[in-house]
Design a protein. Sequence first.
Length: 171
Amino acid sequence: MKDFYELAKNRYSCRAYSQKQPEQEKIDYILQCAKVAPTARNFQPQKIFVVKSQENLEKLAAVCPCTYKAPVVFVIACDNSIAAAHLGDDGNFGETDCAIICTHMTLAAKEVGLDSCIVGWFVDKDVKEALNIPQNYTVYDILPVGYAANGAAPSPRHSDCKDLSETVEVI
Ligand SMILES: Cc1cc2nc3c(=O)[nH]c(=O)nc-3n(C[C@H](O)[C@H](O)[C@H](O)COP(=O)(O)O)c2cc1C
């Protein structure tokens, strides 16, 4: 039972990466862990763009300030023509689906010795334009992944977790 807690606790937002390319089997493992994530009604509306070419990494960095020169960046998007609709409004569960997928991926990366950083600071339209992603997608999460650079360390905020008494209420 402790293994998952240790993994979850040790994951941190890494903001400096070595240029060593992560092994393909590790990338594949992260993608396999994404594949088994739950999605609303199991519609699996996600598309994960694996940004690896120098050209596309640069195009992405120009519109997203937080890719941190990672050698691989996953762009996690939802195909809105597939996502399960919310009942009673025009929205869909794509954002939730992508957040869960991204969580699987960040933890899977940690398990295989890679670090990552969940990034939400970008404009969907700009990322789609930069990477030629079709309009039927919404990009919800960006996940730079790689080996941490020498000296990379968690920010002080990493261990600044509210006490459970503040965030949990038994009712
Ligand atoms: C939805 C979401 C969006 C985030 N966006 C960014 C971002 O744009 N840039 C960044 O450097 N970190 C981003 N983070 C990382 C958070 O700042 C970080 O998770 C938080 O400070 C706790 O630190 P830790 O991840 O090291 O434990 C984001 C995290 C989440 C969950």
